[in-house]
Design a protein around this ligand. Sequence first.
Ligand code: FDA
Ligand code: NAD
Length: 435
Amino acid sequence: TSMAKTFKYIIVGGGVAAGYAAREFAKQGVKPGELAIISKEAVAPYERPALSKAYLFPESPARLPGFHVCVGSGGERLLPEWYPEKGIELILSTEIVKADLAAKSLISAAGETFSYETLIIATGSTVIRLTDFGVEGADAKNIFYLREVDDADKLYEAIKAKKNGKAVVVGGGYIGLELSAVLKLNNIDVTMVYPEPWCMPRLFTADIAAFYEGYYANKGINIIKGTVAVGFTSNSDGEVKEVKLKDGRVLEADIVVVGVGGRPQTALFKGQVEEDKGGIKTDSFFKTNLSDVYAVGDVATFPLKLYGELRRVEHVDHSRKSAEQAVKAIKAAEDGKTVEEYDYLPYFYSRAFDLSWQFYGDNVGDTVLFGDNEPASPKPKFGTYWIKDGKVVGAFLENGTPEENSAIAKVARVQPPVADVDQLAKEGLSFASKI
Ligand code: FDA
Ligand code: NAD
Protein backbone atom coordinates (compact mmCIF):
# COMPACT_ATOMS: atom_id res chain seq x y z
CA THR A 1 0.00 0.00 0.00
CA SER A 2 2.89 2.37 -0.68
CA MET A 3 0.61 3.92 -3.29
CA ALA A 4 -2.13 4.60 -0.74
CA LYS A 5 -3.56 8.09 -0.57
CA THR A 6 -3.77 9.02 3.08
CA PHE A 7 -6.24 11.33 4.76
CA LYS A 8 -7.00 12.15 8.35
CA TYR A 9 -10.72 11.86 7.64
CA ILE A 10 -12.48 10.03 4.85
CA ILE A 11 -16.19 10.17 4.17
CA VAL A 12 -17.28 7.27 1.99
CA GLY A 13 -20.38 8.25 0.04
CA GLY A 14 -21.05 11.65 -1.49
CA GLY A 15 -24.74 12.23 -0.78
CA VAL A 16 -26.67 14.51 1.52
CA ALA A 17 -24.93 13.47 4.73
CA ALA A 18 -21.47 13.82 3.15
CA GLY A 19 -22.25 17.35 2.00
CA TYR A 20 -23.51 18.51 5.39
CA ALA A 21 -20.55 16.81 7.09
CA ALA A 22 -18.17 18.70 4.80
CA ARG A 23 -19.79 22.01 5.72
CA GLU A 24 -19.49 21.20 9.41
CA PHE A 25 -15.81 20.21 8.99
CA ALA A 26 -15.19 23.56 7.28
CA LYS A 27 -16.97 25.38 10.13
CA GLN A 28 -15.00 23.54 12.80
CA GLY A 29 -11.73 23.98 10.92
CA VAL A 30 -10.08 21.44 8.69
CA LYS A 31 -6.59 21.77 7.20
CA PRO A 32 -5.99 21.35 3.46
CA GLY A 33 -5.55 17.68 2.60
CA GLU A 34 -7.08 16.38 5.81
CA LEU A 35 -10.53 15.49 4.49
CA ALA A 36 -11.60 13.48 1.45
CA ILE A 37 -15.07 12.57 0.24
CA ILE A 38 -15.16 9.50 -1.99
CA SER A 39 -18.32 9.16 -4.08
CA LYS A 40 -19.56 6.76 -6.68
CA GLU A 41 -21.55 9.62 -8.19
CA ALA A 42 -20.03 11.98 -10.76
CA VAL A 43 -21.30 15.13 -9.07
CA ALA A 44 -20.74 16.98 -5.80
CA PRO A 45 -23.23 16.35 -2.95
CA TYR A 46 -26.74 17.55 -3.72
CA GLU A 47 -30.17 17.63 -2.14
CA ARG A 48 -31.53 14.23 -3.20
CA PRO A 49 -35.22 15.10 -2.57
CA ALA A 50 -35.20 17.34 -5.67
CA LEU A 51 -34.92 14.28 -7.93
CA SER A 52 -38.48 13.10 -7.40
CA LYS A 53 -39.95 16.57 -7.55
CA ALA A 54 -38.69 19.67 -9.42
CA TYR A 55 -36.05 17.71 -11.38
CA LEU A 56 -38.83 16.11 -13.41
CA PHE A 57 -41.09 19.14 -13.88
CA PRO A 58 -42.26 19.66 -17.48
CA GLU A 59 -41.42 23.40 -17.31
CA SER A 60 -38.05 24.76 -16.15
CA PRO A 61 -36.98 21.66 -14.24
CA ALA A 62 -34.41 21.99 -11.46
CA ARG A 63 -30.89 21.15 -12.59
CA LEU A 64 -27.46 21.08 -10.97
CA PRO A 65 -25.73 23.17 -9.82
CA GLY A 66 -29.02 24.65 -8.58
CA PHE A 67 -29.63 22.17 -5.77
CA HIS A 68 -26.25 21.27 -4.40
CA VAL A 69 -26.20 21.07 -0.61
CA CYS A 70 -26.90 22.96 1.60
CA VAL A 71 -29.77 24.84 -0.12
CA GLY A 72 -32.39 22.32 1.02
CA SER A 73 -32.24 23.63 4.57
CA GLY A 74 -31.85 27.26 3.61
CA GLY A 75 -28.05 27.25 3.74
CA GLU A 76 -25.37 28.43 1.36
CA ARG A 77 -24.92 26.29 -1.74
CA LEU A 78 -21.69 24.31 -1.81
CA LEU A 79 -20.67 24.40 -5.48
CA PRO A 80 -18.16 21.81 -6.70
CA GLU A 81 -15.36 24.41 -6.46
CA TRP A 82 -16.12 25.06 -2.79
CA TYR A 83 -14.44 21.77 -1.81
CA PRO A 84 -10.97 22.47 -3.27
CA GLU A 85 -11.25 26.06 -1.98
CA LYS A 86 -11.57 24.60 1.52
CA GLY A 87 -8.78 22.08 0.89
CA ILE A 88 -11.29 19.22 0.84
CA GLU A 89 -10.63 16.54 -1.72
CA LEU A 90 -13.76 15.54 -3.61
CA ILE A 91 -13.02 12.21 -5.25
CA LEU A 92 -15.91 11.58 -7.65
CA SER A 93 -16.91 8.69 -9.94
CA THR A 94 -15.05 6.42 -7.54
CA GLU A 95 -16.77 3.41 -6.06
CA ILE A 96 -15.26 1.79 -3.00
CA VAL A 97 -15.49 -1.97 -3.52
CA LYS A 98 -13.56 -3.19 -0.49
CA ALA A 99 -13.19 -1.85 3.03
CA ASP A 100 -10.73 -3.19 5.56
CA LEU A 101 -11.61 -1.51 8.83
CA ALA A 102 -8.83 -3.26 10.77
CA ALA A 103 -6.20 -1.99 8.32
CA LYS A 104 -8.06 1.37 8.01
CA SER A 105 -8.07 1.21 4.24
CA LEU A 106 -10.50 1.37 1.35
CA ILE A 107 -10.02 0.08 -2.19
CA SER A 108 -11.80 1.53 -5.23
CA ALA A 109 -13.10 -0.28 -8.31
CA ALA A 110 -10.11 1.12 -10.23
CA GLY A 111 -7.75 -0.41 -7.64
CA GLU A 112 -6.68 2.74 -5.76
CA THR A 113 -6.09 2.43 -2.03
CA PHE A 114 -7.12 5.10 0.47
CA SER A 115 -6.15 5.10 4.15
CA TYR A 116 -7.69 7.09 6.94
CA GLU A 117 -7.43 7.80 10.63
CA THR A 118 -11.18 8.37 11.01
CA LEU A 119 -13.84 7.02 8.65
CA ILE A 120 -17.37 8.32 8.25
CA ILE A 121 -19.66 5.86 6.50
CA ALA A 122 -22.29 7.78 4.52
CA THR A 123 -23.22 5.28 1.81
CA GLY A 124 -26.99 5.85 2.10
CA SER A 125 -29.53 3.47 0.63
CA THR A 126 -29.90 1.62 -2.60
CA VAL A 127 -33.19 0.68 -4.25
CA ILE A 128 -34.78 -2.72 -3.96
CA ARG A 129 -35.20 -4.04 -7.51
CA LEU A 130 -37.90 -6.30 -8.88
CA THR A 131 -35.10 -8.38 -10.41
CA ASP A 132 -33.91 -9.01 -6.80
CA PHE A 133 -36.91 -11.28 -6.36
CA GLY A 134 -37.00 -12.66 -9.87
CA VAL A 135 -40.02 -10.84 -11.35
CA GLU A 136 -40.28 -12.09 -14.91
CA GLY A 137 -39.16 -9.58 -17.56
CA ALA A 138 -38.16 -6.98 -14.96
CA ASP A 139 -34.93 -6.20 -16.84
CA ALA A 140 -36.83 -4.69 -19.81
CA LYS A 141 -35.91 -1.21 -21.03
CA ASN A 142 -37.90 1.75 -19.65
CA ILE A 143 -38.36 0.17 -16.23
CA PHE A 144 -36.92 2.83 -13.95
CA TYR A 145 -35.78 3.18 -10.34
CA LEU A 146 -34.88 6.50 -8.77
CA ARG A 147 -32.01 7.07 -6.39
CA GLU A 148 -29.33 9.15 -8.09
CA VAL A 149 -29.17 11.99 -10.60
CA ASP A 150 -28.22 9.53 -13.38
CA ASP A 151 -31.44 7.61 -12.76
CA ALA A 152 -33.41 10.85 -12.92
CA ASP A 153 -31.76 11.82 -16.23
CA LYS A 154 -32.74 8.49 -17.80
CA LEU A 155 -36.31 8.83 -16.58
CA TYR A 156 -36.50 12.43 -17.80
CA GLU A 157 -35.41 11.35 -21.30
CA ALA A 158 -38.01 8.58 -21.35
CA ILE A 159 -40.75 11.04 -20.31
CA LYS A 160 -39.77 13.24 -23.28
CA ALA A 161 -39.53 10.26 -25.65
CA LYS A 162 -42.90 8.76 -24.63
CA LYS A 163 -44.97 11.96 -24.87
CA ASN A 164 -48.59 11.41 -23.81
CA GLY A 165 -47.75 7.78 -23.17
CA LYS A 166 -48.77 5.44 -20.38
CA ALA A 167 -46.91 4.80 -17.15
CA VAL A 168 -47.38 2.18 -14.48
CA VAL A 169 -45.99 3.09 -11.08
CA VAL A 170 -45.22 0.09 -8.89
CA GLY A 171 -45.28 0.87 -5.16
CA GLY A 172 -47.42 3.15 -3.01
CA GLY A 173 -44.76 4.72 -0.81
CA TYR A 174 -42.81 7.97 -1.17
CA ILE A 175 -41.46 7.27 -4.65
CA GLY A 176 -44.81 5.94 -5.84
CA LEU A 177 -46.75 9.01 -4.70
CA GLU A 178 -44.22 11.66 -5.72
CA LEU A 179 -43.43 10.09 -9.12
CA SER A 180 -47.08 9.48 -10.02
CA ALA A 181 -47.76 13.17 -9.48
CA VAL A 182 -44.83 14.39 -11.54
CA LEU A 183 -45.54 11.93 -14.37
CA LYS A 184 -49.12 13.22 -14.47
CA LEU A 185 -47.84 16.80 -14.63
CA ASN A 186 -45.97 15.65 -17.74
CA ASN A 187 -49.28 14.59 -19.26
CA ILE A 188 -48.51 10.90 -18.94
CA ASP A 189 -51.42 8.55 -18.21
CA VAL A 190 -50.61 7.06 -14.79
CA THR A 191 -51.70 3.87 -13.04
CA MET A 192 -50.38 3.12 -9.56
CA VAL A 193 -50.19 -0.46 -8.27
CA TYR A 194 -49.48 -1.45 -4.69
CA PRO A 195 -50.17 -4.44 -2.47
CA GLU A 196 -51.52 -2.70 0.64
CA PRO A 197 -55.12 -1.56 1.29
CA TRP A 198 -53.96 2.08 1.21
CA CYS A 199 -50.97 4.16 0.17
CA MET A 200 -47.96 4.91 2.41
CA PRO A 201 -49.07 2.47 5.10
CA ARG A 202 -45.85 2.87 7.05
CA LEU A 203 -46.99 6.35 8.02
CA PHE A 204 -50.51 7.13 6.82
CA THR A 205 -53.69 6.10 8.60
CA ALA A 206 -56.58 4.94 6.41
CA ASP A 207 -58.13 8.43 6.76
CA ILE A 208 -54.97 10.25 5.69
CA ALA A 209 -54.48 7.90 2.75
CA ALA A 210 -58.11 8.31 1.66
CA PHE A 211 -57.49 12.02 1.13
CA TYR A 212 -54.41 11.51 -1.08
CA GLU A 213 -56.01 8.65 -3.02
CA GLY A 214 -59.09 10.78 -3.64
CA TYR A 215 -57.01 13.76 -4.67
CA TYR A 216 -54.92 11.62 -7.07
CA ALA A 217 -58.07 10.07 -8.52
CA ASN A 218 -59.46 13.56 -9.13
CA LYS A 219 -56.24 14.34 -11.02
CA GLY A 220 -56.97 11.35 -13.25
CA ILE A 221 -54.52 8.88 -11.73
CA ASN A 222 -55.75 5.28 -11.67
CA ILE A 223 -55.08 3.36 -8.47
CA ILE A 224 -55.01 -0.42 -8.23
CA LYS A 225 -54.61 -1.72 -4.68
CA GLY A 226 -54.12 -5.12 -3.14
CA THR A 227 -52.01 -6.64 -5.89
CA VAL A 228 -48.45 -6.62 -7.23
CA ALA A 229 -46.63 -6.72 -10.56
CA VAL A 230 -45.60 -10.31 -11.31
CA GLY A 231 -44.22 -9.93 -14.82
CA PHE A 232 -43.49 -7.64 -17.76
CA THR A 233 -43.62 -8.18 -21.51
CA SER A 234 -41.53 -6.15 -23.93
CA ASN A 235 -41.54 -5.28 -27.63
CA SER A 236 -38.93 -6.30 -30.22
CA ASP A 237 -36.68 -3.40 -29.05
CA GLY A 238 -36.70 -4.81 -25.55
CA GLU A 239 -38.84 -1.92 -24.29
CA VAL A 240 -41.49 -2.64 -21.69
CA LYS A 241 -44.98 -3.00 -23.17
CA GLU A 242 -47.20 -4.60 -20.53
CA VAL A 243 -47.32 -5.14 -16.81
CA LYS A 244 -48.89 -8.37 -15.61
CA LEU A 245 -50.53 -8.19 -12.20
CA LYS A 246 -50.96 -11.02 -9.73
CA ASP A 247 -54.74 -10.62 -9.89
CA GLY A 248 -54.61 -11.44 -13.61
CA ARG A 249 -55.02 -7.94 -14.98
CA VAL A 250 -52.64 -6.73 -17.70
CA LEU A 251 -51.77 -3.01 -18.01
CA GLU A 252 -50.21 -1.31 -21.02
CA ALA A 253 -47.07 0.68 -20.23
CA ASP A 254 -44.49 2.76 -22.10
CA ILE A 255 -42.76 3.61 -18.83
CA VAL A 256 -42.65 1.75 -15.52
CA VAL A 257 -41.40 3.42 -12.35
CA VAL A 258 -40.65 1.13 -9.43
CA GLY A 259 -40.49 2.34 -5.83
CA VAL A 260 -40.69 -0.71 -3.62
CA GLY A 261 -38.36 0.45 -0.90
CA GLY A 262 -34.74 1.04 -0.10
CA ARG A 263 -32.01 -0.91 1.60
CA PRO A 264 -29.09 0.63 3.53
CA GLN A 265 -25.74 0.11 1.80
CA THR A 266 -23.80 -1.72 4.49
CA ALA A 267 -22.46 -4.68 2.49
CA LEU A 268 -18.89 -3.31 2.35
CA PHE A 269 -18.64 -3.45 6.13
CA LYS A 270 -20.42 -6.76 6.84
CA GLY A 271 -18.85 -8.64 9.71
CA GLN A 272 -16.44 -5.78 10.47
CA VAL A 273 -18.72 -3.49 12.43
CA GLU A 274 -21.72 -4.08 14.67
CA GLU A 275 -25.14 -3.87 13.03
CA ASP A 276 -28.68 -3.58 14.35
CA LYS A 277 -32.10 -3.20 12.73
CA GLY A 278 -30.56 -3.48 9.27
CA GLY A 279 -28.13 -0.61 9.77
CA ILE A 280 -24.74 0.11 11.30
CA LYS A 281 -25.14 0.49 15.04
CA THR A 282 -23.93 3.76 16.54
CA ASP A 283 -24.03 5.68 19.79
CA SER A 284 -25.51 9.18 20.21
CA PHE A 285 -22.43 10.62 18.51
CA PHE A 286 -22.76 8.30 15.49
CA LYS A 287 -19.67 6.40 16.55
CA THR A 288 -19.80 2.67 15.78
CA ASN A 289 -18.33 -0.05 18.01
CA LEU A 290 -14.99 0.83 16.36
CA SER A 291 -13.64 4.05 17.87
CA ASP A 292 -12.37 5.39 14.52
CA VAL A 293 -15.47 4.59 12.46
CA TYR A 294 -18.67 6.66 12.35
CA ALA A 295 -21.88 6.05 10.39
CA VAL A 296 -24.43 8.74 9.47
CA GLY A 297 -27.60 9.21 7.43
CA ASP A 298 -29.66 6.31 6.08
CA VAL A 299 -27.14 3.63 7.14
CA ALA A 300 -27.02 4.51 10.86
CA THR A 301 -29.05 2.72 13.54
CA PHE A 302 -28.80 5.19 16.42
CA PRO A 303 -30.35 5.79 19.86
CA LEU A 304 -33.50 7.84 19.41
CA LYS A 305 -33.39 9.39 22.85
CA LEU A 306 -36.97 10.66 22.86
CA TYR A 307 -38.32 7.11 22.50
CA GLY A 308 -35.56 5.24 24.32
CA GLU A 309 -34.84 2.91 21.47
CA LEU A 310 -32.57 2.30 18.51
CA ARG A 311 -33.94 3.48 15.18
CA ARG A 312 -32.88 3.89 11.59
CA VAL A 313 -34.33 6.87 9.72
CA GLU A 314 -34.33 7.18 5.91
CA HIS A 315 -35.12 10.88 5.60
CA VAL A 316 -33.17 13.95 4.63
CA ASP A 317 -33.50 16.01 7.83
CA HIS A 318 -31.86 13.25 9.85
CA SER A 319 -29.13 12.72 7.26
CA ARG A 320 -28.17 16.39 7.62
CA LYS A 321 -28.33 16.51 11.40
CA SER A 322 -26.60 13.17 12.01
CA ALA A 323 -23.73 14.26 9.78
CA GLU A 324 -23.32 17.52 11.72
CA GLN A 325 -23.49 15.68 15.03
CA ALA A 326 -20.80 13.18 14.00
CA VAL A 327 -18.39 15.89 12.85
CA LYS A 328 -18.98 17.97 16.00
CA ALA A 329 -18.31 14.88 18.12
CA ILE A 330 -15.14 13.96 16.20
CA LYS A 331 -13.74 17.49 16.53
CA ALA A 332 -14.73 17.80 20.18
CA ALA A 333 -13.09 14.46 21.03
CA GLU A 334 -9.82 15.71 19.51
CA ASP A 335 -9.89 18.58 22.04
CA GLY A 336 -10.79 16.19 24.86
CA LYS A 337 -14.31 17.57 24.92
CA THR A 338 -17.75 16.09 24.38
CA VAL A 339 -20.94 17.29 22.71
CA GLU A 340 -24.51 16.80 23.81
CA GLU A 341 -26.20 13.52 22.92
CA TYR A 342 -28.21 13.48 19.69
CA ASP A 343 -31.79 14.19 20.64
CA TYR A 344 -33.70 13.83 17.41
CA LEU A 345 -37.33 14.61 16.75
CA PRO A 346 -38.27 12.59 13.63
CA TYR A 347 -39.39 14.87 10.80
CA PHE A 348 -40.66 13.65 7.44
CA TYR A 349 -42.33 15.58 4.63
CA SER A 350 -43.47 15.23 1.07
CA ARG A 351 -44.74 17.44 -1.72
CA ALA A 352 -46.74 16.56 -4.82
CA PHE A 353 -49.07 18.63 -7.02
CA ASP A 354 -50.18 21.54 -4.80
CA LEU A 355 -50.00 19.34 -1.74
CA SER A 356 -47.45 19.51 1.02
CA TRP A 357 -47.43 17.65 4.30
CA GLN A 358 -45.20 17.45 7.32
CA PHE A 359 -45.02 14.86 10.06
CA TYR A 360 -43.21 15.06 13.40
CA GLY A 361 -42.72 12.49 16.12
CA ASP A 362 -43.85 8.90 16.30
CA ASN A 363 -46.81 7.33 14.51
CA VAL A 364 -47.84 4.91 17.25
CA GLY A 365 -50.99 4.57 19.34
CA ASP A 366 -54.52 5.85 18.67
CA THR A 367 -55.21 8.54 16.13
CA VAL A 368 -57.43 11.59 15.94
CA LEU A 369 -58.23 13.21 12.60
CA PHE A 370 -59.05 16.92 12.40
CA GLY A 371 -59.82 19.52 9.75
CA ASP A 372 -61.08 19.39 6.19
CA ASN A 373 -59.86 16.23 4.45
CA GLU A 374 -62.27 16.39 1.56
CA PRO A 375 -60.10 15.82 -1.58
CA ALA A 376 -62.28 18.12 -3.69
CA SER A 377 -62.14 21.08 -1.27
CA PRO A 378 -60.59 24.21 -2.77
CA LYS A 379 -58.14 24.49 0.13
CA PRO A 380 -58.07 21.24 2.06
CA LYS A 381 -56.26 21.47 5.39
CA PHE A 382 -56.29 18.59 7.81
CA GLY A 383 -54.14 16.69 10.22
CA THR A 384 -53.84 13.80 12.61
CA TYR A 385 -52.52 13.38 16.13
CA TRP A 386 -51.13 10.09 17.42
CA ILE A 387 -51.83 9.46 21.11
CA LYS A 388 -49.99 6.96 23.25
CA ASP A 389 -50.32 6.49 27.03
CA GLY A 390 -52.56 9.56 27.18
CA LYS A 391 -50.03 11.85 25.46
CA VAL A 392 -49.75 13.24 21.95
CA VAL A 393 -46.61 11.66 20.44
CA GLY A 394 -46.98 12.40 16.74
CA ALA A 395 -48.61 14.98 14.48
CA PHE A 396 -49.30 15.21 10.76
CA LEU A 397 -50.45 18.27 8.87
CA GLU A 398 -51.37 18.82 5.22
CA ASN A 399 -51.07 22.34 3.86
CA GLY A 400 -49.81 23.95 7.06
CA THR A 401 -48.30 27.41 7.24
CA PRO A 402 -44.75 27.63 8.64
CA GLU A 403 -46.19 28.69 12.03
CA GLU A 404 -48.64 25.78 12.05
CA ASN A 405 -45.91 23.33 11.12
CA SER A 406 -43.77 24.65 13.97
CA ALA A 407 -46.73 24.18 16.29
CA ILE A 408 -47.18 20.51 15.40
CA ALA A 409 -43.42 19.97 15.74
CA LYS A 410 -43.61 21.43 19.22
CA VAL A 411 -46.52 19.18 20.18
CA ALA A 412 -44.58 16.09 19.08
CA ARG A 413 -41.58 17.23 21.12
CA VAL A 414 -43.46 18.31 24.25
CA GLN A 415 -45.93 15.37 24.24
CA PRO A 416 -48.74 17.15 26.09
CA PRO A 417 -51.34 15.00 27.88
CA VAL A 418 -54.77 14.58 26.33
CA ALA A 419 -57.70 14.55 28.72
CA ASP A 420 -60.47 14.22 26.17
CA VAL A 421 -59.96 12.77 22.72
CA ASP A 422 -63.25 14.14 21.31
CA GLN A 423 -62.27 17.58 22.53
CA LEU A 424 -58.86 17.19 20.80
CA ALA A 425 -60.57 16.33 17.52
CA LYS A 426 -62.73 19.46 17.86
CA GLU A 427 -59.81 21.72 18.74
CA GLY A 428 -57.67 20.37 15.92
CA LEU A 429 -54.82 22.70 15.08
CA SER A 430 -55.67 25.17 17.82
CA PHE A 431 -54.63 22.50 20.35
CA ALA A 432 -51.11 22.56 18.84
CA SER A 433 -51.03 26.34 18.61
CA LYS A 434 -51.59 26.64 22.38
CA ILE A 435 -48.59 24.47 23.32
P1 FDA B 1 -27.45 9.36 0.08
O1 FDA B 1 -28.19 8.31 -0.64
O2 FDA B 1 -27.89 10.76 -0.06
O3 FDA B 1 -25.91 9.31 -0.35
C1 FDA B 1 -25.17 8.13 -0.41
C2 FDA B 1 -24.01 8.35 -1.35
O4 FDA B 1 -23.06 7.29 -1.19
C3 FDA B 1 -24.38 8.35 -2.82
O5 FDA B 1 -23.72 9.40 -3.45
C4 FDA B 1 -23.85 7.01 -3.31
O6 FDA B 1 -23.50 7.00 -4.68
C5 FDA B 1 -22.61 6.88 -2.46
N1 FDA B 1 -22.08 5.53 -2.30
C6 FDA B 1 -22.74 4.43 -1.88
N2 FDA B 1 -21.93 3.37 -1.85
C7 FDA B 1 -20.72 3.82 -2.26
C8 FDA B 1 -19.46 3.20 -2.44
N3 FDA B 1 -19.29 1.90 -2.20
N4 FDA B 1 -18.42 3.95 -2.89
C9 FDA B 1 -18.59 5.26 -3.14
N5 FDA B 1 -19.76 5.90 -2.98
C10 FDA B 1 -20.80 5.19 -2.55
N6 FDA B 1 -36.30 12.50 2.38
C11 FDA B 1 -37.11 13.45 2.92
O7 FDA B 1 -37.12 13.63 4.13
N7 FDA B 1 -37.91 14.20 2.12
C12 FDA B 1 -37.95 14.03 0.77
O8 FDA B 1 -38.71 14.71 0.08
C13 FDA B 1 -37.12 13.03 0.19
N8 FDA B 1 -37.13 12.82 -1.14
C14 FDA B 1 -36.34 11.83 -1.69
C15 FDA B 1 -36.39 11.60 -3.07
C16 FDA B 1 -35.64 10.59 -3.63
C17 FDA B 1 -35.69 10.36 -5.11
C18 FDA B 1 -34.82 9.77 -2.82
C19 FDA B 1 -34.00 8.66 -3.42
C20 FDA B 1 -34.77 9.99 -1.46
C21 FDA B 1 -35.53 11.03 -0.88
N9 FDA B 1 -35.50 11.29 0.48
C22 FDA B 1 -36.29 12.27 1.03
C23 FDA B 1 -34.60 10.53 1.37
C24 FDA B 1 -33.27 11.26 1.54
O9 FDA B 1 -32.83 11.74 0.29
C25 FDA B 1 -32.24 10.32 2.14
O10 FDA B 1 -32.68 9.95 3.43
C26 FDA B 1 -30.88 10.98 2.21
O11 FDA B 1 -30.39 11.27 0.93
C27 FDA B 1 -29.88 10.08 2.94
O12 FDA B 1 -28.63 10.68 2.92
P2 FDA B 1 -27.30 9.80 2.92
O13 FDA B 1 -26.18 10.76 2.76
O14 FDA B 1 -27.34 8.87 4.05
O15 FDA B 1 -27.41 8.91 1.61
P1 NAD C 1 -41.19 3.11 0.71
O1 NAD C 1 -40.72 2.21 1.76
O2 NAD C 1 -41.67 4.47 1.04
O3 NAD C 1 -42.38 2.44 -0.06
C1 NAD C 1 -42.30 1.13 -0.54
C2 NAD C 1 -43.67 0.72 -1.02
O4 NAD C 1 -43.47 -0.35 -1.92
C3 NAD C 1 -44.64 0.14 0.00
O5 NAD C 1 -45.43 1.10 0.59
C4 NAD C 1 -45.50 -0.76 -0.86
O6 NAD C 1 -46.61 -0.05 -1.35
C5 NAD C 1 -44.66 -1.07 -2.02
N1 NAD C 1 -44.29 -2.45 -2.29
C6 NAD C 1 -43.52 -3.27 -1.56
N2 NAD C 1 -43.35 -4.43 -2.23
C7 NAD C 1 -44.01 -4.32 -3.40
C8 NAD C 1 -44.17 -5.16 -4.52
N3 NAD C 1 -43.62 -6.37 -4.59
N4 NAD C 1 -44.91 -4.70 -5.56
C9 NAD C 1 -45.47 -3.47 -5.51
N5 NAD C 1 -45.32 -2.65 -4.48
C10 NAD C 1 -44.60 -3.07 -3.44
O7 NAD C 1 -39.99 3.18 -0.37
P2 NAD C 1 -39.81 4.03 -1.71
O8 NAD C 1 -41.01 4.82 -1.99
O9 NAD C 1 -39.30 3.09 -2.73
O10 NAD C 1 -38.66 5.04 -1.31
C11 NAD C 1 -37.29 4.62 -1.32
C12 NAD C 1 -36.47 5.42 -0.33
O11 NAD C 1 -36.44 6.78 -0.69
C13 NAD C 1 -36.96 5.36 1.09
O12 NAD C 1 -35.84 5.36 1.93
C14 NAD C 1 -37.69 6.66 1.26
O13 NAD C 1 -37.67 7.11 2.60
C15 NAD C 1 -36.90 7.58 0.37
N6 NAD C 1 -37.75 8.66 -0.14
C16 NAD C 1 -38.28 9.54 0.73
C17 NAD C 1 -39.07 10.56 0.27
C18 NAD C 1 -39.64 11.54 1.26
O14 NAD C 1 -39.30 11.47 2.42
N7 NAD C 1 -40.50 12.46 0.83
C19 NAD C 1 -39.33 10.70 -1.08
C20 NAD C 1 -38.79 9.76 -1.96
C21 NAD C 1 -38.00 8.75 -1.48
